[in-house]
Design a protein around this ligand. Structure first.
Ligand SMILES: Nc1nc2c(c(=O)[nH]1)N[C@H]1C(S)=C(S)[C@@H](COP(=O)(O)O)O[C@H]1N2
Ligand SMILES: [Mo]
Length: 516
């Protein structure tokens, strides 16, 4: 059949794509790139998924003041905020790629290529990804560029007629469905580890040497102090993990190597079949402000880290244990603290009678009394290298935190809270004090200008916090309450106020109350 070309009005030749279509080409290509990247990542290492890797990378390269600001402003929601921020930037770049490509694909391909390179850099900067990790950003970038070019070509006929528009829509829908399917399959395949199932399979951990039975006066919770044992769900949580590592107990291995006589490797069963000990240890974060809540206490179940290190045989030149989490977080711990039998550093697999909760490091983590978490408490720990402080730096050290992180003797008023109105007469002030490894000897509470000695709770262990309370007579008016602890080394907390960075906050916790 002859087509009568004269009958259909020849459309004016277009020399640029409509804005919407140009942006559509770019956004759909981005979806294809992310979907394929996520799919490939599921098989070579979930954190190599370009989007996740870029989020992690931005977190790691953010200037310290920005990180601190985000932590203070958003708290634990800082991770969500980071992902939203990354999403906005990626979408803005993609829209720009589309708008720059209304006449030819070249400029958009360049912008897409730059995004791809960022994905590459992000994945390559992860210490936890093997060589295969680069397959995900490679696939992502390749697919992104090819789809962009191909859809861009399909977009021209769509400017001309209905047939072209239909073909373009079909192509776009095909890509979107494919990308979605790739992403979903990647998500399912990458998340095949069911942590709760693995925790249930581990079941009850029975310590050969259980924690001491708590004396009746282990805390003054009835007077408003913190409870001696922090419930797992209330235990403070701090980590850099944007997505919680999912490790099944049967897949977990711990390698101890470096400056040792013979490298050793342990499975989860190797650890749990040893004589387990259970000990209360108070963990604390160097970022904790005076009076803050980044401190908690649990009964940890595990094995002495010292025993594992002795089996490997630590060579004389080693002064640092460099531990690595499955997600790439690292910490450098002084070996002295780990080999000191009295200190009781542990490889912990249980917390308050249960296998470790996922957010506290399941299947295994380090717990070292007396050291802030950033230098000692690696969660999801899989690797321990005996090395020197001169050779390697843990995650937070190049970010401005001190190399050694001994916990400072501190105290906190838990009751009353700042700004409370109290009744005139006798009131009970209660709180918490800690001086891990030496123990708290004395706590004094200052009401305006008078110091009062507080009653101490029965000491459970020098590695845990100790509660205190004191009854004071308050007259109507405004009053300032302050607290200071003295530890068994004879040190009394300084009143000099210091920020958490670089090695922990100092100062007396101060609470202002009014009395009717
Ligand atoms: N894998 C990993 N372990 C980690 C961290 C981390 O970011 N990643 N943060 C450390 C810090 S700074 C602290 S204070 C403790 C907190 O342990 P928690 O979350 O169980 O209270 O974990 C430590 N272990
Ligand atoms: Mo921390």
């Amino acid at each position: 059949m002859q087509l009568d070309t004269r009958a259909s009005a020849t459309p004016a030749p277009v020399n640029r794509l409509s804005r919407g279509r140009a942006i559509g080409v770019a956004v759909i290509s981005l979806l294809a790139a992310l979907g394929v990247g996520h799919l490939v990542a599921a098989f070579v290492g979930p954190s190599s998924s370009p989007y996740v890797a870029v989020g992690n990378w931005v977190r790691d390269i953010s200037p310290q003041p920005v990180v601190e600001w985000a932590k203070n402003t958003f708290g634990t929601a800082d991770k969500t905020v980071l992902f939203i921020g990354v999403t906005i930037v990626v979408i803005a770049l993609t829209v720009a790629a589309g708008l720059l490509s209304r006449t030819r694909p070249g400029p958009g391909l360049v912008v897409a290529g730059v995004q791809g390179i960022i994905g590459f850099v992000a994945v390559l900067s992860r210490p936890d990804l093997g060589q295969l990790g680069i397959l995900a950003p490679a696939a992502s970038m390749g697919v992104g560029l090819v789809v962009f070019n191909w859809l861009h070509a399909k977009a021209w006929p769509a400017e001309q007629d209905r047939e072209g528009r239909r073909a373009f829509l079909r192509a776009s829908a095909g890509v979107v469905i494919g990308a979605g399917a790739g992403g979903v399959i990647g998500q399912l395949a990458g998340n095949h580890v069911d942590v709760e199932e693995s925790r249930a399979e581990v079941g009850r951990l029975v310590p050969a040497s259980p924690a001491p039975k708590l004396p009746p006066n282990a805390d003054f919770a009835s007077s408003g102090s913190a409870r001696f044992i922090t419930a797992n769900r209330d235990f403070y949580r701090i980590d850099t993990a944007l997505t919680l590592p999912r490790v099944a107990a049967q897949d977990w291995r711990l390698r101890i190597h470096g400056l040792v006589d013979k490298p050793v490797e342990f499975t989860f069963d190797d650890i749990r079949e040893r004589a387990l000990i259970e000990r209360p240890v108070t963990l604390s974060c160097v970022s904790n402000e005076v009076g803050g809540g980044l401190i908690s206490n649990a009964d940890w179940i595990g094995v002495p880290l010292r025993d594992l290190l002795m089996e490997a045989g630590v060579k004389p030149g080693a002064d640092q244990l460099f531990s690595t989490s499955i997600d790439g977080f690292t910490a450098g711990t002084p070996i002295d603290a780990l080999l000191d039998a009295n200190r009781g550093a542990m490889l912990a697999i249980g917390m308050n009678g249960e296998p470790l909760p996922q957010e506290h490091g399941f299947p295994a983590r380090m717990v070292v009394p007396g050291l802030y978490g950033y230098v000692s408490a690696t969660k999801w720990v899989v690797d321990m290298e005996l090395t020197t402080f001169a050779d390697k730096q843990g995650y937070w050290i190049p970010r401005g935190w001190s190399v050694k992180g001994p916990i400072k003797t501190e105290s906190r008023i838990d009751n009353p809270q700042d700004g409370t109105t109290l009744k005139a007469g006798t009131n009970t002030i209660a709180g918490t004090a800690w001086a891990q490894t030496v123990g708290v000897r004395r706590v004094e509470v200052r009401v305006d200008d008078d110091w009062h000695d507080a009653q101490l709770s029965t000491e459970v262990d020098v590695n845990t916090w100790r509660m205190w309370r004191v009854r004071v007579d308050l007259k109507p008016g405004s009053h300032r309450l302050q607290v200071r602890a003295t530890d068994n080394s004879g040190y009394t907390q300084t009143d000099a106020e210091a920020e958490p960075a670089p090695d922990g906050a100092t100062g007396w916790h101060t609470v202002d109350v009014s009395v009717d």
